[in-house]
Ligand binder design. Sequence first.
Ligand SMILES: *Cc1c(COP(=O)(O)O)cnc(C)c1O
Length: 495
Amino acid sequence: MEIMYSSTRGGGAKVSASQAILKGLADDGGLFVPDRMPKFEVPLENLKDMSYQETAYEVMKLFLTDFTEEELKACIRGAYDDKFDTDVIAPLVKKQDAFYLELFHGKTIAFKDMALSILPYLMTTAAKKNGVKNEIVILTATSGDTGKAALAGFADVPGTSIIVFYPKDGVSPIQEKQMVTETGKNTMVVGVNGNFDDCQTGVKKIFNDSKLEKEMADKGYQFSSANSINIGRLVPQIVYYVYAYGQLIKQGEINPKDTMDVVVPTGNFGNILAAYYAKQIGLPIGKLVCASNENKVLFDFFGSGTYDRKRDFILTSSPSMDILISSNLERLIYKIAGNDASKTSDLMKQLAGDGEYTITDDMKAELSSFVGGFASEEETAKEISDVYKKTGYVIDPHTAVASYVCKDKANATQVKTVIASTASPYKFTRSVMMAIDADKYKDMGDFELVDELNKLSGVTIPQAVESIRTAPVLHDTVCEIEEMSEVVEKRLGLR
Ligand SMILES: *Cc1c(COP(=O)(O)O)cnc(C)c1O
């Protein structure tokens, strides 16, 4: 039976998966959610013998029911190929008591590649299926990693163009360099004098501008999103939790049906929501540990039931998690409200108006599998250093937040615990090396540090970093928050 998608805020008609992918965000500003949760039918013991690609097909076909087998398999083949520097796509590495699920072996060395390698295939297939003739303009806000991964995915893809907004002073030097050196002809990268929340809110505003939508249509354009609000990003992220479970069986760590816990370094709540969906379709996940940095809105929410964004935005060493408005939480809110769109819509209005909302006790009771934790900057740095000193394994600051929270809140000696390792340490070389030995490394340049990290970890320098050492800057547009729409209109020749 086909799965249809409707808005968390109740507006508009139900749409098919391919239409939801094309639209990105629902017309009423809500997020698309499946009208029922499918069940994973493959026996768990079979998982250990399935490749990443085979696992991807079995998971994604459950949600993207209007794609044919050939279409979906072609998307998967195109996405998970030798763009990844390992055949297994997502290696599961045991260190101390925990298992690090390395999600950073794609083209831009962050976990965003897991979904953004396939999204362009899903989107162009969806366009074909729905007879879309317009050019699809991907509009994306990034806290640092989505930007480059989306640029890499959509660069020179016929029928698409992409505009990325990033917080000008809110990303790591390597993240920024990766984006502003992008060569794709259909790409634009814009620094915004604001933080990630400003970028994300600005993009959502442009999406909801119906006058602009009409002008765009007249010129043969339509918007879509590469952010994790797009279900075309969320669904591919469910895959690696299922895959990790199979790997635990394969490594002899668990028997089929045993429970696995996960710890996820969280920002926009996309990655951990995918784990929650994996649990909903029947994967034996026990606890979902949500790890935050000092922007610990979610930690407070899981403790008190109140989501309160009224606080200072803190720039940390894990910039991809510097977020106070976690968009995908809306999908969880909808679920724990008993799929009640009007309740969800009310709470989101309160968030927009008052900057906070509180869920009911009944809703809170539905959150029993979630545990919140957070790591301060000092704890994050110490975790990087501790793990390196004990094991020789170097982790990035985002993974370190999760790794610290794992020790603090999870029970890895009792239940097999998978930490989502979301970025290569090479992407955050300065923070990583300063954590390991500040005195030794403090005066070195960014690329000198890359070479030092290589010496220290023995891990080959990824192509993603090598290729930007000497690459020229091709994008230097910077704008104010209020100017974002104007930038887009100019780019599309509407002004
Ligand atoms: C995006 C990102 C996160 C946060 O993931 P969400 O899905 O937004 O919660 C964590 N770590 C890294 C390295 C990221 O790029």
